[in-house]
Design a protein around this ligand. Structure first.
Ligand code: NI
Length: 254
């Protein structure tokens, strides 16, 4: 079994979702919401497909559309057994720098929800890694599990996030030709701290880099990690699946 721990299977990106999800067979998919609109789609997908789980959150680049009622929707659906986390949430100073304070405020509010409902936290951070780290550290989480989605920071910071309770989401970037940093991190970090993800429809692994991504390509990520670690790909799938079941508290899986 394999688990794609992070993707965005939304109507804006796919008009063939039945087929896309079917191609994953009985493997598990975790769909991450990014806005109120997509959070609603996450719930619909969880209800429709047995192998789909979800996380709900407001992404830092979607803050402009944010309304307070968006958090209410998250709270109302947080006890759905297939909702396994809050995310993706965090800070993004690459796309949007002019609203840093609001980003931080909404991020902290969602961390409070994760704390209150004891949910796994799925983090997006871009050009804001120290601030993301400090906010997580100062949030005094109740041993919440954390996922550093599409991790792209330094090895040193990876170790610090792991100390806070994080696992690292590794996706298609690890297959790119210029992926020296993340390859080095995968080499050094213990396999029991690594999760597989695709971030579909984005970040398609080689050799399909220019095409639309989909969850089944998670196997290409697994293969690349197997190559880096010198471990059989089946073992990579087995261990990372166990990691995901643990990190997202996936009930009834395995
Ligand atoms: Ni994402």
């Amino acid at each position: 079994m394999v688990i794609d721990t992070h993707c965005h299977l939304f109507k804006d990106y796919y008009n063939d979702l039945d087929e896309v999800i079917k191609r994953m067979g009985n493997n598990i998919i975790i769909v991450s919401g990014t806005s109120n609109e997509t959070n609603i789609e996450v719930i619909e997908l969880c209800n429709k497909y047995k192998n789909v789980y979800g996380t709900l959150g407001i992404h830092p680049t979607e803050i402009d559309k944010y309304k307070e009622s968006d958090l209410l929707f998250i709270v109302e659906n947080i006890n759905n057994p297939k909702i396994v986390g809050i995310g993706e949430i965090g800070l993004d100073y690459y796309w949007t720098k002019e609203n840093k304070e609001i980003q931080k405020e909404i991020f902290k509010k969602q961390l409070d929800l994760a704390k209150r409902y004891n949910k796994t936290i799925v983090i997006h951070t871009r050009e804001a890694i120290m601030e993301t780290y400090n906010i997580l550290k100062e949030a005094n989480l109740n041993n919440n599990k954390i996922v550093m989605h599409c991790y792209s920071g330094s090895l040193e910071m990876a170790k610090e996030f792991i100390k806070l309770g994080a696992m690292l989401g590794i996706g298609g970037v690890v297959t790119f030709k210029n992926a020296r940093n993340i390859v080095e991190i995968v080499k050094v970090i213990s396999l029991d701290k690594i999760l597989l993800e695709t971030d579909s429809p984005f970040l398609t692994p080689e050799p399909y880099r220019s095409k639309r991504n989909e969850p089944k390509n998670v196997l290409l990520v697994a293969k690349k990690i197997a190559e880096i670690k010198g471990i059989d790909v089946n073992e990579i799938c087995c261990i990372t699946t166990k990691n995901a079941v643990c990190q997202f508290d996936l009930k009834g899986v395995m």
